[in-house]
Ligand binder design. Structure first.
Ligand SMILES: Cc1cc2nc3c(=O)[nH]c(=O)nc-3n(C[C@H](O)[C@H](O)[C@H](O)COP(=O)(O)OP(=O)(O)OC[C@H]3O[C@@H](n4cnc5c(N)ncnc54)[C@H](O)[C@@H]3O)c2cc1C
Ligand SMILES: NC(=O)c1ccc[n+]([C@@H]2O[C@H](COP(=O)([O-])OP(=O)(O)OC[C@H]3O[C@@H](n4cnc5c(N)ncnc54)[C@H](O)[C@@H]3O)[C@@H](O)[C@H]2O)c1
Length: 501
């Protein structure tokens, strides 16, 4: 028997990405009977179509780029790379992860598990019948009804289309199809310099087989980060040989015999014609909500097209939502946290509202950039006075030892005696660890002096955090006067703007 005697599940989850999977596992912890409906591949964009696949590719590109270096005493005699084999390695990583997820789901299926709770994985596309049941379509005519007391919408998102451009996954790709490239394109045009575009630009540049063109209609890449962070990313991309086309609008794409011709328009009226072998469109994502028949379930979609959930992740009565369908940042960790919280709430457990401001993230460029908390620009928008220190990795012993000094640490604290940590941005190797450590302090509302009570091991990248905070206290061994290009400390006030500290 897969259901309660009344034939009703405790929870039906729509979508088996990171959000849906986490929700199923937590509901199982509470001894609940769960039906997890997945129409495509288990793991969704968290595994196959996004995070894990692209991070595997990034790791391989980084390894290849390190192996091809000639400035460190070793030299590879004949280094070669095949996209097909690289893609097969990515596929292997994806399969490993999917296998783990499926094994766990199978272990707790009603057929295999006799303890409390169970998880039934149902293949098919779910759409609401009403607020108490969904239909799961396994074909156009063939569907099964699932009734449940609670629902978790975890159907994720998909790449946003670019008006007038047909994605064929042959020459014109989106991030779902880029793995199906047969070979490294000699020339690749990427449209959209957000996280996906800059990550793929960094990856293809690191493999050294492709001339990458990166196009965006805005005047800077990663426009939601501070200007100095965007500038750093732009320099990194240019250093790697990526050609940036900023404030450019893709007007047309024409298929030629064995290439593609693109026309870019610039604001001053100038146009540019480029021939490339492949195009990757990465201009954002849209939530998978249209086919869920949400009106029948009494769930309203917000004006921005996303589900507007409260701090309890509830979208309407017994219907919750998590991950990319909500109006919060599209990240695996956020999808998982929301699902965990939603499940606790629906089964009457006490919940602590999520602190979205303190969610750390990492962008896999070359080098990677990790972030947590407020940027300078967001402090300024809020009118918050702050102090900020920037330390270049050129001064960090471990980075020197790694021969990887491209990077920085930047920390923003409140402009008062407590110097509460407001946010951090760090670029370079191992930066996620440093940011995560600061995120803990932020969660506990701590200041620079609290952090500096801990002694950092030497030599580590995390020492950059320590020196950055010491700079804010005027106690660092590095002095801005000696290295003005590598050490910067200043304060900002709503009415006075910037001033030296
Ligand atoms: C190229 C790329 C790289 C990324 N890299 C990172 C990263 O490094 N770190 C990070 O934190 N985030 C990253 N992300 C974002 C991350 O992948 C998403 O935020 C995360 O996967 C969202 O999880 P989710 O569970 O909400 O949705 P998804 O992972 O999209 O899963 C949703 C699932 O629902 C299924 N589904 C959809 N509709 C239905 C339906 N009607 N019925 C049944 N099933 C349905 C889909 O098939 C899918 O399997 C990346 C995204 C992309 C595109
Ligand atoms: N490492 C990570 O955590 C990671 C990695 C990849 C993706 N993601 C998630 O996936 C989401 C989607 O990523 P994304 O890069 O597709 O979206 P995005 O919103 O980050 O960036 C889209 C970019 O496309 C540009 N753009 C939009 N319309 C355009 C047009 N007509 N012409 C030219 N440029 C245009 C925008 O200016 C922007 O720079 C991100 O918000 C992120 O949360 C996270």
């Amino acid at each position: 028997m897969t259901q309660h005697d009344d034939g009703i599940y405790d929870l039906c989850i729509l979508g088996g990405g990171p959000g849906g999977f986490a929700g199923a596992m937590r509901a199982f912890d509470f001894g609940k009977r769960v039906c997890l409906v997945e129409g495509g591949e288990i793991g969704g964009a968290g595994v196959k179509w996004g995070a894990l696949a692209s991070k595997t590719l990034w790791e391989l590109a980084k390894d290849y780029s390190t192996a091809s270096k000639v400035d460190r005493g070793y030299r590879v005699a004949a280094l070669s790379v095949s996209y097909a084999e690289v893609a097969a390695t990515v596929e292997q990583a994806v399969k490993e992860r999917q296998y783990q997820m499926l094994t766990q789901l199978e272990s707790f299926s009603p057929q295999r598990w006799n303890g409390p709770g169970s998880i039934t994985l149902m293949r098919g596309w779910a759409t609401f019948n009403d607020g108490a049941s969904v239909r799961v379509y396994q074909g156009q005519e063939h569907w099964q009804q699932v009734r449940a007391r609670n629902f978790l919408i975890a159907t994720g998102s998909r790449p946003r289309a670019y008006p007038g451009i047909q994605i064929d996954q042959q020459r014109i790709f989106d991030s779902n199809g880029i793995g199906s490239l047969k070979a490294f394109p000699k020339r690749l045009l990427i449209v959209g310099a957000g996280v996906v575009g800059c990550e793929y630009a960094s990856i293809f540049a690191a493999f050294g087989q492709t001339q990458v063109h990166l196009v965006d209609h805005k005047e800077r890449v990663i426009p939601y980060e501070d200007r100095d962070v965007s500038t750093f990313v732009e320099h990194s991309l240019r250093n790697a040989g990526v050609e940036l086309h900023q404030q450019a609008c893709l007007r047309d794409v024409r298929h030629l015999a064995d290439s593609v011709e693109v026309i870019l328009d610039y604001p001053e009226g100038r146009s540019e014609v480029l021939q490339v072998d492949a195009v990757l469109v990465s201009v954002g994502r849209r939530p998978n909500l249209e086919y869920l028949n949400l009106t029948a379930a009494g769930v309203a979609v917000g004006q921005n097209g996303y589900l507007e959930t409260g701090v309890d992740c509830c979208a309407a009565r017994n219907i919750y939502a998590c991950g990319d369908v909500t109006c919060h940042p599209n990240l695996v960790n956020i999808a998982e946290m929301e699902a965990r919280l939603a499940v606790r709430d629906m089964f009457g457990q006490r919940v602590h509202p999520l602190n979205y401001q303190n969610m750390s993230a990492i962008m896999f460029f070359n080098p990677a950039i990790a972030t947590v908390g407020l940027s300078e620009e967001s402090c300024q928008k809020k009118g918050l006075a702050y102090r900020v220190a920037w330390l270049d990795n050129a001064l960090v012993a471990r980075a020197i030892a790694m021969r990887a000094t491209r990077g920085f640490t930047k920390i923003v604290v409140s402009d008062d005696e407590e110097m509460k940590i407001l946010g951090m941005r760090a670029a370079g190797p191992q930066v996620a660890n440093s940011v995560m450590a600061i995120a803990h302090f932020m969660d506990h509302d701590k200041g620079a002096i609290d952090v500096l009570r801990s002694v950092y091991p030497h030599p580590t990248i995390s020492e950059a955090t320590q020196e950055c905070l010491r700079l804010l206290l005027g106690k660092s061994v590095y002095k801005p006067y000696a290295f003005p290009q590598w050490v910067k400390v200043r304060r900002w006030k709503p009415n006075g703007g910037y001033a030296p500290l």
